[in-house]
Design a protein. Sequence first.
Length: 405
Amino acid sequence: MKYDFNKKVNRSNTSCIKWDYLNAFFGKNDLNAMWVADMDFKAPPEILKPIQKRAAHGVFGYTAKPDEFYSAVISWFKRRYDWDIEKDWIVTTPGVVPALNLTMQEFTKAGDGIIIQPPVYFPFKDSVKLNERILLDNTLVLRDGHYEVDWEDMEKKAESAEMFLFCSPHNPVSRVWTAEELERLGNICERHDLLVFSDEIHADIIFKPHKHIPTAKISNNLANRTIAAYATSKTFNLAGLQLSLNIIPNENIRERFKLTLERLHLCMSNIFGIVGTQAAYDYGEQWLDELLPYLRQNCLTVRNFLNENIPEITVIEPEGTFLLWLDCRNLGLDDEKLAAFFVQKAGLALTNGIMFGPGGSGFMRMNIGCPERNLIKGLKSLKKAMADDSPILAGSGPVNAPDDC
């Protein structure tokens, strides 16, 4: 392998939320941080060098996106997803969640129904409530360790909705949706004339034999009602550069989206986000192809360790993302004590499942985007915690986490 994912990078004192703000969210600092959804790997040198070269220039004026930026995006989408997109379809924003909120504000009004599929990425729920829309939970169904859409409920909720917030691949349950599922969802959205905002930020972190299928690629009708959000932030660990891509095939929707960006004067992008995104799509493919089996092995390490040592906790088999959804219901703890158990006894900072809404009770989300040794260290701490019979103090562990993490 060309790249070393076993190398530990000390992220302390870099103002990173994941490691430097543990006390603010968990009440203590001496924790193994496996919560915020960024990885502990350095971005590949093929991305770092262009950024460093641009920084060395020393002048950071207003910067446009060159044609080469768009060519890199178009080429990546063709190679990785076999999706032919056009330059005009690409609209950038400072992040996926800002784009989600912009879409909701421009295309719906207060009191409109918005469908989400919990347990799901918590800014979905927060955005609906903050914008005074009506939250419609189409809660996913767990059958034999596999999450499925409740189709009857989805059809019913669609009758009262204007918009569908879709997570593909799904965070936190790690589903990679099939063509058949996407077609069925698309048919429901067509019947009820729903606008679709599809968060596809984890699209590149997919484990074989699964394959990411862009929502808007399923049919012309679905493409004409979909805003699909992508970014290099999860794939190459570039979240701090704050640039996301919104692929909008429908011209009318796209022009309204762009006009709202203009009203907010958000049409420009971070200079290093531009350079980093272009470099990632031009030169980052080998790094990603080596990262994916490493992450897959981390998944297997967790599953095998828990099976052998802590059978009370099971892993929902991941199809994608670097986030594991742990079923802890057999521990017999309520959600407050479950969170406290991981913090107090195991010394682990994970994300409490109840943050993701209905269906999250009794679960924890674990970030395995880290060197194997750190993962094993955390698992050994968890095993030791299981043997600790000291009482769990109520009130430990966070209920909230920073937005967009």
